[in-house]
Design a protein around this ligand. Structure first.
Ligand SMILES: C[S@@+](CC[C@H](N)C(=O)[O-])C[C@H]1O[C@@H](n2cnc3c(N)ncnc32)[C@H](O)[C@@H]1O
Length: 287
């Protein structure tokens, strides 16, 4: 039996061998991620965490996850802050797509924009990932808002923010974009870039992306009339949700709208906003 295992191991180059993630190490990493981002990892995510971090451990030439945990939780090591960001970039789930939960964009067109006609509308995509949500909103505003507007997209993951700033996507990502918007706001790549498209300069110039942690928002973010906080609270427990939503409400104008994912709820999270319809809330009333 022992001989067989040795033979099997020898077939694999060292770079393919997985460093085992022990339960106690998994618990330490879960606690660290919760402190850093408010994200609760379910027990069944252990294999995912191991596979997502294994490459990083090998690059650092670490032989155990405990050593990696010591680095990211250190206050002394000069490498710790950048490694903490890398760990967050690897451990967050960033799935998103253009016109996701499309009924929100119809709601905005039909119910929000008429209230702000002729005014400057400040919008925030609060967990923007790679930018599809913010650019979807930009297409709707550029086409339908009679007034000026601006959008800020923020995310805790630094890599997705860099991608969002570029506004370049593989062609398959265009599938959900209605044709008129696609023709007006998306530029098809040529030559080597023919399988990509880029969001037009006109839209990109009105959408700004910044790194921000919803658990500890910078005071100078501004105040917003429309906030999209969609498909991020699913990763939070009740107290993280409460902290994040109260942080967000501090950056909303009275009469502002807060839209959350259809699978999410603010029940027991806040009584500061009123439910208008499932997943759509409003802060006070605009006089
Ligand atoms: C599944 S994506 C949702 C993207 C988009 N809102 C949508 O609905 O398609 C969730 C995003 O939330 C971000 N996120 C998780 N925790 C965060 C936190 N504490 N602060 C800011 N962003 C966070 C992740 O990095 C990820 O990009």
């Amino acid at each position: 039996m022992g001989v067989k295992r040795n033979m099997a191991e020898s077939l694999w180059p060292e770079s393919f061998q997985q460093i085992p993630l022990h339960e106690a190490e998994f618990q330490l990493i879960c606690q660290w991620l919760y402190q850093a981002a408010g994200i609760r990892l379910a027990p069944n995510k252990k294999a995912l965490v191991a596979s997502r971090l294994n490459g990083r451990l090998r690059e650092l030439e670490f032989t155990s996850f405990r050593r990696y945990y010591e680095l990211i939780s250190s206050n002394q090591d000069a490498q710790a802050p950048s490694e903490r960001q890398r760990a967050i970039d690897v451990l967050t789930t960033n799935e998103t797509f253009f016109f996701r939960e499309d009924s929100h964009f119809s709601f905005i067109r039909e119910n929000v924009l008429p209230l702000f006609r002729g005014q400057h509308l400040k919008c925030w995509s609060a967990a923007s990932s790679t930018g599809e949500e913010a650019y979807t909103l930009a297409m709707v505003l550029a086409s339908h808002h009679q007034g000026s507007w601006q959008i800020i997209g923020t995310d805790i993951n630094a890599e997705v923010i860099e991608k969002a700033k570029k506004g370049v996507y593989p062609m398959q990502r265009a599938e959900n974009i209605p044709k008129p918007y696609l023709h007006q706001y998306c530029l098809k790549g040529t030559g080597e870039k023919s399988l990509q498209f880029k969001v037009s300069r006109e839209l990109r110039s009105q959408v700004e992306f910044r790194h921000a942690n919803l658990q500890q928002l910078p005071e100078r973010l501004g105040s917003f009339d429309l906030v999209l906080l969609r498909n991020v609270m699913i990763y939070f427990d009740q107290s993280s949700k409460q902290r994040v939503v109260s942080n967000i409400i501090r950056h909303m104008n009275v009469g502002g709208f807060l839209l959350i994912g259809h699978a999410e709820s603010l029940t027991g999270v806040t009584d500061q906003v009123s439910l208008l319809q499932p997943s759509v809330y409003r802060l006070g009333r605009k006089s």
